[in-house]
Design a protein around this ligand. Structure first.
Ligand code: AMP
Length: 444
């Protein structure tokens, strides 16, 4: 199968050829003809499957072939993304695909001044990529009208709900023309997403290119059990031993990112960090320097790293496991992309056993454990498996207390190696599903 057989026009074929895309990926093979035929789409596809081109390429063709020219302060297609970084990245891809077409594209997101964005929108843009909050701001300030909108794309819809954008999505829904095409992409398909799809889509075609909630099988995954306090030391040890050249590292918190970056920089290692507290320009610069290999280790929180596409990234390290198991799939999806193989290593301490178990249950696999010599944990990480069971060793009977003596004696704390500190609560953000006013909607 080629892009020509999918019915793409010559300028798009040429752009894809320039980018080295020879054959359509499975999600592209299914989505492109359906979108060209005007269908709504509900696609379960993880990052790395080529999903961006799957929606962007046919959308660009429809905009080129049909519809009036864009008018002032309007957009003909809107792509909603959960984070600024993803919006930038999607926009960069859209601009590449559109390089031979007479279409304008632009990205808007928060964290930067709104004025230049308002100026840019004056003439209207054919394809607008946006994060939900900034889109609403622009709409409320009359910088953007959506009457001319013909296609809406919800990219990484699950993440938008995870990040609490359900209210914003409900607001945006009310601004949209009823007659439009809607394409919903989500890495994983929870029941909330299915409800959202039921409200927003019109007779959608369902596409599922990888089994539901199964992690990319091009990624070799393993776990190294370790005591929490020794994680930084183990990381440096593994890095030196494996001669790691380019690694994306995930830490749970912003402080965790800063602490690890400080530690690595203190050892003369070329590391930088991205998280939500850093200004957008700093985040983008760190990311660009990592992509161009000027930075060797990039430490990130989940939100900052969502959906990033870094070519040929060989390795992802989970310095901490994610609290939400589905984030594990997104994290390891940064490697093993577009047919390459990758590796994902998780440093797991006893506190994280419940998270490990949730990940194994979600991905339906028991992750291989490798004990690193000299880093064997004092607090054993209990066995886990894909059934979601945490296998705890039976408790040893307590030693009888020494009797008599009267005075207090500190016998030291007796720790059963099978006992673990209480696991951190597996907090799953409450996802509110917006209630939409779904009147009858004409099909395009
Ligand atoms: P995505 O899932 O959209 O983030 O795409 C993941 C990576 O695959 C990106 O680097 C794309 O440029 C690349 N890609 C997408 N489609 C193709 C294709 N048909 N052939 C080769 N590479 C592709």
């Amino acid at each position: 199968m080629t892009f020509a057989t999918l019915g793409l026009i010559e300028p798009l074929q040429r752009a894809l050829e320039t980018l080295g895309y020879q054959t359509p990926t499975p999600v592209q093979a299914q989505a492109i003809p359906a979108v060209l035929a005007g269908r709504d789409l509900m696609a379960a596809a993880q990052t790395g499957t080529g999903k961006t081109a799957a929606f962007a390429v046919p959308l660009l063709q429809l905009l080129t072939m049909e519809g009036p020219k864009v008018v002032a302060n309007s957009a003909r297609a809107l792509i909603l993304c959960p984070t600024r970084e993803l919006a930038e990245q999607v926009h960069a891809s859209v601009a590449e695909y559109a390089q031979n077409l007479p279409l304008t594209t632009y990205a808007v997101y928060g964290g930067v001044s709104i004025n230049p964005q308002m100026m840019k929108l004056r003439k209207g843009v054919d394809v607008l990529v946006a994060t939900p909050g900034r889109l609403i701001d622009l709409f409320r300030q009359n910088a953007l009208k959506l009457n001319q909108l013909q296609t809406l794309v919800l990219d990484e819809a699950d993440r938008m709900l995870d990040l609490g954008f359900s209210e914003e999505l409900a607001n945006i829904y009310r601004m949209l023309p009823k007659k439009r095409q809607t394409l919903l992409f989500s890495a994983t398909f929870s029941d909330e997403i299915r409800t959202l799809a039921g409200q927003m889509l019109n007779d959608p075609l369902s596409i599922e290119v990888s089994p539901r909630n199964v992690a990319a099988n091009t990624v070799k995954q393993w776990v190294v059990p370790v005591d929490k306090k020794r994680k930084p030391e183990l990381f440096v040890h593994l890095m030196r031993k494996g001669r790691w050249k380019q690694v994306l590292v995930f830490a749970k918190t912003r402080n965790g990112v800063d602490a690890l970056v400080d530690k690595l920089q203190g050892l003369g290692i070329n590391a930088d960090g991205i998280h939500g507290d850093k200004p957008q320009a700093t985040r983008q610069r760190a990311l660009d320097r990592f992509k161009s290999s000027d930075v060797q280790i990039l430490v990130a929180t989940d939100v900052a790293a969502r959906g990033l596409d870094i070519e040929d990234l060989p390795l992802v390290v989970n310095f901490d496991l994610p609290i939400v198991a589905e984030d594990y799939i997104h994290r390891i999806g940064r490697t093993g992309r577009a047919g390459n193989t990758g590796e994902a290593i998780s440093l797991v301490c006893a506190d994280e056993v419940n998270m490990l178990s949730a990940i194994e249950m979600l991905t339906r696999q028991t992750l291989t454990r490798h004990m690193e010599q000299d880093f064997e944990p004092e607090h054993r990480v209990p066995d886990t498996d894909a059934s979601g069971q945490v296998v705890k060793k039976p408790k040893k009977p307590k030693k009888p207390k020494a009797s008599g003596g009267g005075g207090k004696r500190n016998l030291g704390k007796w720790v059963d190696s099978g006992e673990v500190a209480p696991a951190e609560p597996s907090i799953k953000p409450v996802r509110k599903v917006p209630v939409f006013n779904t009147g009858p909607r004409k099909k395009k």
